[in-house]
Design a protein around this ligand. Structure first.
Ligand code: DGT
Ligand code: MG
Ligand code: MG
Ligand code: MG
Ligand code: MG
Length: 289
């Protein structure tokens, strides 16, 4: 073969398998979004358009990859948990990181005009991606608690910081000085007494971040909404819930006769607490599959 004297270079490509039997936690984060949010005039402290666009891209990634069982987003980042037993791309790290990151990025760009109809993209945004392996359920619980606590701490700070500037007339330097060394309680107090803002009544999206998970659709619902069962991994738009319906099949596809046995799930977006036990206790499958 004419090519054979060159083919040895293939041997330099080393395998990069991820340890089996561990949870894969994939996180991506906007590259230099401090600049990107400035250039595209994101509202401060939270731009609902930007956050909804992140949720949209994350949902597209989850729809494409049924092995993602949970996702959590805040600011310019999203975390995705893959089920422990996933064999996605034979657990090759760079294959998984690069395809998921690029799918998220292309969805972000594709859907940008829907969320920012009057703000053309000035330059192509990019995201970094990484996978961290966690051996135990406790680590996964603590990981998501860490991200949601981070959401709360940042949002409380940013909300108070921008209230001091936008409503209190302080400069950024003054606002930082006002907040230096303050505890949560004092920030709540500043918001309430000076600006009449009850922090706990702000949109849960800002306080808790975005949680995306799969939920089984009761068969009654399927009949009621006239949903038709299609072949596995097809995604349907459900006009009732505005969500997408994914039909997954645990086993290998064995032909159309199996269709009726398929579990129908949809992806749900919520802004609920994922630190306390309740979320996990009522959704055992997230960690057990
Ligand atoms: P990196 O991740 O190291 O490449 O650098 P950055 O600049 O992306 O920093 P990061 O990820 O720590 O912080 C996210 C930045 O994105 C932060 O400067 C604030 C900005 N950002 C995210 N969401 C919003 C938003 O809703 N409104 C505004 N105004 N800015 C936002
Ligand atoms: Mg970033
Ligand atoms: Mg950073
Ligand atoms: Mg970030
Ligand atoms: Mg190829």
């Amino acid at each position: 073969m004419a090519n054979s004297k060159y083919a040895y270079v293939r041997n330099f490509e080393l395998p990069d398998p991820l340890l089996p039997g561990t949870f894969m936690l994939f996180r991506l984060d906007g590259h230099s979004f401090h600049r990107f949010s400035d250039q595209h005039e994101f509202a401060k402290p939270n731009d609902i358009r930007a956050l909804e666009l992140m949720d949209h891209a994350a949902k597209d990634v989850m729809t494409e990859y049924p092995d993602i069982v949970l996702a959590f987003g805040e600011s310019d980042e999203f975390s995705f948990l893959l089920r422990k037993s996933t064999t996605l791309y034979n657990r090759r790290e760079s294959k998984i990181v690069s395809t998921l990151t690029s799918l998220f990025t292309s969805s972000y760009v594709l859907n940008w005009p829907k969320y920012f109809p009057n703000t053309p993209l000035k330059y192509p945004p990019s995201f970094d991606g990484r996978i961290v392996l966690y051996p135990e359920e406790k680590h996964i619980r603590d990981y998501f608690a860490w991200r949601q606590a981070d959401t709360h701490i940042n949002n409380l700070y940013n909300t108070t910081f921008w209230a001091l500037i936008q409503q209190g007339g302080q400069t950024a330097t003054e606002a930082h000085a006002t907040l230096r060394g303050t505890f949560s309680k004092e920030k709540h107090e500043i918001l309430f007494s000076r600006f009449g803002i009850n922090y706990n009544q702000l949109d849960a999206r800002y306080r808790k971040g975005s949680v995306l998970f799969r939920e089984e659709i009761p068969s009654d619902d399927l009949v009621a909404t006239g949903t038709t069962v299609t072949e596995s991994e097809e995604v349907l738009e459900d006009p009732e819930v505005g969500g997408s319906i994914t039909s997954t099949q645990g086993e290998k596809r064995k032909g159309k006769s199996k269709k009726s046995k398929q579990k129908q799930t949809r992806i749900v977006l919520d802004h609920c607490d994922i630190i306390k036990d309740e979320f996990w206790d009522t959704r055992r499958w997230i960690l057990s599959e």
